[in-house]
Ligand binder design. Structure first.
Ligand code: NAD
Length: 262
């Protein structure tokens, strides 16, 4: 598949879960990719090398911390230096923390706003001039059903995700005449390390067992009673890069098993 042949993509938070699936799907379409995120060095190198060998594209890794503006700018400059530009920017890095608001640690609030929201401002700020110069670009922000609705005990996450939906719409307007689309994808629950890690805190905050959290909180939220898969999200990201999607901009596309339709 060659839809993105000669294009390059930066995908933040792509060492696992949704981001890794998106990076692999863009590479499958021919894009050279920069992957980013944390994890054991040998596993990241294995994923990077697998992208190169399976899809015949170049893949580089940046360990930039999405809570640090100077490292974010360095990551975009690395992609530009290596590949000559950034055509597709996927802002996907994210973390979660579950706590009643009155006990929510201030440093956790700041960290979630920095990684889940401000990082997208910094990547866009660094990458947009190059996209404008080349008159083509795709910015895809991984938001969440929580960009549209709230759940208790997730104040920072819900605030950051509502924020990224607003950032998406604003930048879409600013970039509209430059061949650049800016959209967000809002998944419902996807079984990834992020969801798995929040189960103990949700059990504590709501006084539920693990099975009750999975069945009565997570799957109960989604009318389909199924988790969304990482590959389904990645397929939507690929579609947003296609010519068929060139008039979709400023949109917040839900893929949540009907959750936010309720
Ligand atoms: P995940 O934990 O598998 O992936 C998160 C990625 O972000 C990892 O690669 C991690 O290393 C990276 N990351 C975390 N902190 C970082 C930092 N400071 N700098 C750079 N990278 C960092 O989780 P996921 O579920 O794949 O989440 C990806 C995105 O999808 C997040 O923005 C999340 O909010 C969003 N999302 C997830 C779900 C879900 O149910 N899993 C639902 C809606 C939205």
């Amino acid at each position: 598949m060659t839809m993105l042949k000669s294009k390059t993509a930066v995908v933040t938070g792509s060492t696992s879960g949704i981001g890794l699936a998106i990076a692999r799907a863009l590479a499958k379409e021919g894009a050279s990719v920069l992957i980013n995120g944390f994890g054991p060095a040998d596993e990241i190198e294995k994923e990077r090398a697998a992208i190169e060998s399976e899809f015949g594209v170049k893949a580089i890794y940046s360990p930039a911390d999405m809570s640090k503006p100077e490292e974010i700018e360095g990551m975009i400059r690395l992609a530009e230096k290596t590949y000559g530009g950034v055509d597709v920017l996927v802002n996907n890095a994210g973390i979660q923390f579950v706590s009643p608001v009155e006990d929510f640690p201030v440093e956790k609030w700041n960290q979630i706003i920095a990684i889940n929201l401000s990082s997208a401002f910094h990547t866009i700020r660094a990458a947009l001039p190059g996209m404008k110069a080349r008159k083509w670009g795709r910015v895809i922000n991984t938001a969440s059903a929580h960009s549209l609705i709230a759940s208790p005990f997730k104040s920072a996450y819900v605030a950051a995700k509502h924020g990224i939906a607003g950032l998406t719409k604003t930048v879409a307007l600013e970039a509209a005449t430059h061949g650049i689309t800016v959209n967000c994808i809002s998944p419902g629950y996807v079984w990834t390390p992020l969801v798995e890690k929040q189960i103990p805190d949700t059990m504590k905050a709501r006084g539920l067992t693990k099975e009750q959290v999975i069945n009565d909180v997570l799957l109960e939220a989604q009318p389909t009673k199924q988790f969304v898969t990482v590959d389904q999200i990645a397929a939507l990201a690929v579609f947003l890069c296609s010519d068929a999607a060139s008039q979709i901009t400023g949109a917040n596309l839900s893929m949540d098993g009907g959750w936010t339709a309720k």
